[in-house]
Design a binder for this molecule. Sequence first.
Ligand SMILES: [Zn+2]
Length: 187
Amino acid sequence: MKKFKLLRFKGGVKIMFSQILFILLVVLSLFYPLMSGAKTIKAHAHGESNWSLAFEGQTGRLMIDTPAESLLGFEKEPKKKKEIEKANEALAQFEKSISQMVVIPEMYGCQWSKKALDIIRAEPESKHCEIEGEFEITCQKNLDEAKITFNIQKYFPRFRLVNFEILFGNIQKSLPVTKSGTKVYLK
Ligand SMILES: [Zn+2]
């Protein structure tokens, strides 16, 4: 009788232990995304970037968030003189080409100005860098029904997939831009 009880007890402990393990696993899986939150949110896929164009009246703002590789051709933080030169050259080329990569027809008389184009680390300890850009666009006419053409890959082919968000008054559009010549109408 005593032996039997002991066995039951042992069995009971076993069940409890596996239950605790299960609960631990569930709790861990629930908290894991929170604990590694920065990683999950910041993890980037090379070749994929997020651009957004928001217009209010005649003034617009283009925001760019991309792995550095798409723009610079490499990801590590430029430190050597040659790397810094190469990065600066690519950034200058990007700034120069921006109005030809996101083409607003000439009749709207838009002027582009760079607000930011910075190389930042994806995470504090990461070897991967990203680029955050901001451009302001000031136009002479309202862009109602304007056709915007994307020629991003023509200038920077490493932008394999640009997830493009557009906000124009009440219009909200999102489209994947994977090749030059992609068009969107602001209507
Ligand atoms: Zn990377």
